[in-house]
Ligand binder design. Structure first.
Ligand SMILES: Nc1nc2c(ncn2[C@@H]2O[C@H](COP(=O)(O)OP(=O)(O)OP(=O)(O)O)[C@@H](O)[C@H]2O)c(=O)[nH]1
Ligand SMILES: [Mg+2]
Length: 397
């Protein structure tokens, strides 16, 4: 991935689904104006989801996902359908593609029900309108021809309209800052930090502080104590990387708010309250209980080390109990959680919002407590209460 490219997690994921031969791959090619996906009149041409990152005007950075036909047959077909459902866990907009001459089938109705159950905005595309008289019968539906390109631009526009914009109430930190407030950001530059840039949560926090007309002062942990002494005006808040949470906690006067980037991200993604409650259940677990530690990415050596080695050790030191740990990484996540007493997830920087929300929702609906690395670590270090006390929803009454 180039330095200036949008990470996959921040792209709007648009999946094309439907029966075999409906023209899913053809539509993806028409939209992207490239021959990315293989097209043929043989049913079942696409056998695995195909991902294509691109800029799609007027939307911006998107991830287009071509999928195998939902009506596939046999044992292999079943596997493909399972894959398609996994795709839906990260889909922001589902585009149901149909052969307009046939209209909506039972399989299509089943897919629509699935979209509704998963609360995924969707639209209906009646393809091959070069072969029938086109009409636009329902809301959020359109007739197009992938072959002639007719209505393909209109399709892009209704995809863009279908995107539910983020809840404007969700802010990283700007909502608790007034103009000209100081916010101090602590960013360690160690060998795990990417070369030449800041990571996304740090960039987004600085941006949000600017939008609140407040002031960011960014320092490494080694200059923090000196800076906070010399700064003159008292900062409203200190936001630190979790790795140096303990040190910064000790060096931040008690009357200054202190939190971490991962806590800000958790709040922004709507998982903070659940994760705080989840962390507190650690005290109630018994010897032999099963804990799932789930990592969203497969290639971060540093995350891997925290998840599989450090975290179990810290948990053991804190609880003095013996738990059974199980681990998953990347896109795999158990379909049945009933054997676990706690799920601990990474911050999810490599997963898109929808996938993270799905995992949280699924865990909570399975009646299993859910928390994440940063919040659990803060809890075990006795800093959690302090680091959420500034948010309206946690303010002591
Ligand atoms: N006339 C006409 N034919 C089309 C149109 N779109 C696709 N086709 C044809 O329909 C057939 C199936 O197209 P694909 O894009 O491979 O369909 P798919 O939905 O990806 O099919 P699977 O990968 O098998 O699930 C091909 O022969 C296409 O050339 C269209 O708008 N008009
Ligand atoms: Mg295909």
């Amino acid at each position: 991935m180039g330095l200036n490219e949008t990470p996959a997690a921040n792209r709007i994921h648009i999946a094309f689904l439907g029966k075999r031969n409906a023209g899913k791959s053809s539509i993806l090619n028409a939209i992207s104006n490239q021959n990315l996906a293989i097209v043929s009149d043989t049913k079942g041409t696409t056998t695995d989801p195909v991902y294509k990152a691109m800029e799609l005007l007027p939307l911006g950075p998107v991830m287009l996902i071509d999928t195998p036909g939902i009506d596939d047959e046999g044992a292999l077909g079943e596997l493909r359908i399972k894959k398609t459902q996994q795709v839906l866990n990260k889909t922001d907009i589902a585009v149901l593609v149909m052969d307009g001459r046939e209209g909506k089938s039972a399989e299509d109705e089943t897919l629509i029900q699935l979209f509704q159950r998963k609360e995924i905005p969707y639209l209906l595309v009646y393809n091959k309108c070069d072969l029938f008289d086109y009409k636009n019968p329902e809301e959020y539906s359109i007739s197009v021809s992938a072959k002639t390109g007719e209505q393909i631009n209109a399709l892009k526009e209704i995809i863009a309209k279908r995107i539910t914009t983020e809840d404007p109430k969700l802010r990283l930190v700007g909502d608790i800052l007034k103009p000209c407030d100081y916010a101090m950001l602590v960013v360690p530059i160690d060998k795990a930090a990417p070369k030449g840039r800041l990571i996304l949560p740090q960039q987004q926090t600085i941006r949000d502080i600017l939008e609140a007309s407040a002031v960011s002062i960014v320092v490494k942990e080694t200059e923090f104590a000196e800076t906070i002494k010399n700064i003159g005006l008292k900062p409203k808040i200190v936001i630190t990387d979790s790795q140096v949470f303990h040190k910064i906690h000790a060096e931040t006067p008690e009357d200054i708010f202190l939190t971490s980037f991962s806590i800000l991200m958790a709040r922004y993604k709507g998982v903070l309250k659940t994760a705080v409650n989840g962390a507190k259940t650690l005290d109630m677990l018994k010897d032999g209980d099963k804990i799932l530690i789930s990592e969203g990415c497969t290639h971060h050596r540093q995350c891997d080390d925290i998840g599989t080695v450090k975290l179990p050790q810290w948990i053991k030191n804190y609880t003095k109990k013996d738990f059974e740990f199980q681990f998953t990484s990347g896109t795999e996540f158990p379909e049945n959680l009933s054997s676990y007493q706690l799920v601990i997830h990474c911050g999810g920087c490599m997963l898109n919002d929808r996938e993270m929300k799905y995992r949280q929702k699924f865990t909570v609906e399975s009646n299993i407590p859910f928390t994440n690395y940063g919040i659990l670590i803060a809890y075990m270090q006795g800093i959690l209460q302090r680091s959420i006390s500034m948010f309206p929803e946690f303010l002591a009454k």
